[in-house]
Design a protein around this ligand. Structure first.
Ligand code: C2E
Ligand code: MG
Ligand code: MG
Ligand code: MG
Length: 286
């Protein structure tokens, strides 16, 4: 069996580089098989409006349930999928699953209520010639209202050329979808990007949220991002919110939309659906 032989080789050549290369080749091989199978699963993490305790939407986060290695976190296979180009296929799969799920959830909500779905887009997908056509086709196929789809991009994953990046983002916006800047604050030129990019949402990187209240520098950065969002008329979402104290501090600073373990962990669709029950009972209206 190729897989067993592959793994044996890793043990024999215990040199770092050989091990690393063999590992990558193995992951690529396994991932090629997984990308069209049910080994890849999309988990959903609630994004909560903490003033009303209402789930505004979900972020789609891919999980790989490997037959022998167990659940592999995205940080361990997304970079390898990017290197091999397989991310294009993988990303299209995640986008389709997430849009289909969101459309199904939306159909179950009381009339007039909206549910957002936020999907991470890799720089390699973004740079791919067919990307915009793929998004358009996915929206048509799943029937999802484009304005309920948020595409998460990071500043570092965009083309270095600001004009080219802005033009590509405009084309996406023309489909009616919304754009979110993920991990905001960690990029190298956040402020210049903010001035020209047609984005609607800033997601505060969780490294800053972690120090809220205890670390004055982190607190200052979070406060600044919230003020920037307000100035530019963008929504702002805090990521990695793990405690009620952080929620209180974020609310005090003017940020009500939160995402993190305190509000709900990423979970399979059936479990995540539990966050929507308050809406289905008609007890809230957002
Ligand atoms: P991200 O887009 O910034 O996603 C947020 C990450 O923070 C997720 O990690 C999530 O599980 C984690 N997280 C959420 N709440 C908390 C919290 O309270 N505390 C802590 N410590 N962590 C929290 P995950 O799922 O492991 O994903 C890691 C990264 O992998 C994502 O960061 C994203 O950049 C990438 N990724 C995930 N799914 C996809 C995908 O479908 N496509 C692409 N291109 N990238 C993806
Ligand atoms: Mg994200
Ligand atoms: Mg993030
Ligand atoms: Mg990230």
């Amino acid at each position: 069996r190729a897989k067993q032989r592959g793994r044996g080789r890793v043990e024999v050549f215990d040199e770092n580089l050989d091990t690393e290369l063999a590992h990558r080749a193995q992951v690529q091989h396994d991932l090629r098989r997984a990308v069209d199978s049910d080994e890849l699963v999309v988990f959903y993490q609630p994004i909560v409006d903490t003033t009303h305790s209402v789930t505004l939407g979900f972020e789609a986060l891919v999980r790989w349930q490997h037959p022998t290695r167990g659940t592999v976190p995205p940080d361990q296979f997304i970079p390898i999928a990017e290197e091999s180009g397989l991310i294009v296929q993988l990303g299209a799969r995640v986008l389709r699953d997430a849009c289909r799920q969101a459309a199904a959830w939306q159909a179950d909500l009381p009339p007039g209520e909206r549910l957002r779905i936020s999907v991470n887009i890799s720089s390699v997908q973004f740079a791919h010639a067919a990307f915009i056509a793929t998004v358009a086709a996915t929206l048509a196929e799943t029937g999802l209202d484009p304005s309920n789809l948020w595409l998460e991009i990071t500043e570092t994953s965009l083309p270095a050329d600001l004009d080219a990046a802005t033009a590509a983002l405009r084309e996406l916006r023309d489909l009616g979808v919304h754009l979110a800047l993920d991990d905001f604050g960690t990029g190298y030129s956040s402020l210049a990007h903010l001035r020209t990019f047609p984005v609607e949402v800033l997601k505060i990187d969780r490294s800053f949220v972690a120090g809220l209240g205890s670390n004055p520098e982190d607190t200052a950065i979070v406060a600044m991002i919230i003020d920037l969002a307000r100035t530019f008329g963008h929504l702002v979402i805090a990521e990695g919110v793990e405690t009620q104290d952080q929620v209180a501090e974020l609310n005090r600073l003017g940020c009500t939309l939160c995402q993190g373990y305190h509000l709900g962990r990423p979970a399979p669709a059936e479990v995540a659906a539990g966050h929507l029950s308050a809406r289905k009972n008609g007890s809230v209206n957002v």
